[in-house]
Write a protein that binds this ligand. Sequence first.
Ligand code: TYD
Length: 228
Amino acid sequence: MGEVQAKRPSGRGRFITFEGGEGSGKSTQIKMLAERLSAAKLRTLVTREPGGSPGAEIMRHLVLSGMGKLLGPDAETLLFAAARDDHVRTVIQPALSQGTWVLCDRFFDSTRAYQGSLGSVPMGVIKAMQRVTIGDLKPDLTIILDVPVEVGLKRAAERRGNGTPDRFEGENLRFHEELRQAYRQIAAEDQQRCVLIDANADPETVAARVWKALRDHVFTLPTSAPTA
Ligand code: TYD
């Protein structure tokens, strides 16, 4: 495998986030990308939100059990923010500064989409929380996986089996349609950072699209390197 040349000075790792609605295939794609980066000899850490650090995993349990909903939209958003603050400080920042590439399943765009566009929390409040929790930290690339709502919900139901839907899977069809639109809007508004990927295809096809996004946005590969 050819050497991967980063566009930005080496030293700090790259921060890549994955976003999308229910059943968009984030975890499969993150796993495939992590394997590909590791094969290219890049140290890679896979993490997720809400959660990713011991403190944040406790808050994950609270929000996904529906406790956050009981507290109301502002407090629920604060729980996500508190989880992110811990995760960034104790896991993401240290890994990046040690040169590790961090692949994160959901990050602040989830708050913008779920609590902002779909919830009743004003964008000003969300941005203020964002300044406190992540400061200047911005993903180098955000992959937004886009699938028709029926496809995503069917995948999520298959994965769940007989288990009960979590706090957000249990929302109605309209919610998921609006969620898809919210993500499309985020992608359109920040084209330098975000790439919207058609994820209604088999995992290998989607992985090739993800790899191309990395090549275009994060690094250049010499011709000897694997091509999508
Ligand atoms: P999870 O089980 O990780 O589902 P998924 O596979 O869809 O990522 O559940 C995380 C849920 O939390 C998901 O429905 C999105 C929601 N969420 C928010 O509402 N706001 C946030 O800031 C984050 C990080 C997640």
